[in-house]
Design a protein around this ligand. Structure first.
Ligand SMILES: [Zn+2]
Length: 182
């Protein structure tokens, strides 16, 4: 049995998002949000998208609102970066959170979806990192990451700014600014 279940906030006003689960025999296949004013056709279209992604084994949920993200082209994310238009991204249009995908992977996400706050924190950490590289020309990027991994006590394999959480970005910025032992 297929069901589309309203999960709240059960607000009957026309212009308020409610969240829905699409279930097949009680198993959740995807989640999406929908406003009453968008009408039944759009609701069913979103449900169909969620099921298609599930069937392709590509259900990616947004880390912030837990709704199904949608696979989009780089054109939608970076309209001014034609070089990225052919890349695929998972986008939650509700949170404007997104993540890139591995090349030639049929949409395998590179990590989790990042919202504007996380993207800004990572950009700051990258700037700080590059600043130090510029300041210490004898150190390679690998050397710097080895030092950062030891300073933050994050295993080398997981020590990549592009995969950091907000708190890890702030910690990285702090040790890079203090640069003790570098
Ligand atoms: Zn979201």
């Amino acid at each position: 049995m297929i069901a589309i279940v309203n999960c709240g906030p059960f607000d009957a006003r026309n212009d308020v998002d409610n969240q829905y689960e699409i279930k097949a025999n009680n198993k959740v296949m995807g989640r999406f949000s929908h406003k009453r004013e968008d009408g039944l056709a759009i609701c069913l279209e979103k449900a169909a998208w969620a099921v298609a992604d599930y069937e392709n084994n590509r259900t990616v949920l947004c880390d912030y609102c837990k709704m199904s993200a949608k696979l989009v082209s780089g054109k939608q994310i970076y309209p001014h970066r034609k070089d990225l238009w052919k890349r695929k991204y998972w986008l939650c249009s509700r949170c404007h959170a997104y993540v890139g995908t591995h090349k030639n992977s049929n949409g395998k996400p590179l990590g989790r979806l990042a919202n504007a706050e996380l993207r800004a924190a990572r950009a700051l950490a990258h700037n700080e990192f590059d600043d130090r590289l510029w300041k210490y020309p004898d150190l390679s990027r690998t050397d710097m990451y080895a030092w950062l991994s030891a300073s933050l006590m994050i295993p080398k394999a997981k020590c990549h700014i592009g995969q950091f959480e907000v708190a890890q970005c702030h910690a990285a910025i702090k040790v890079l600014r203090d640069n003790n032992g570098l």
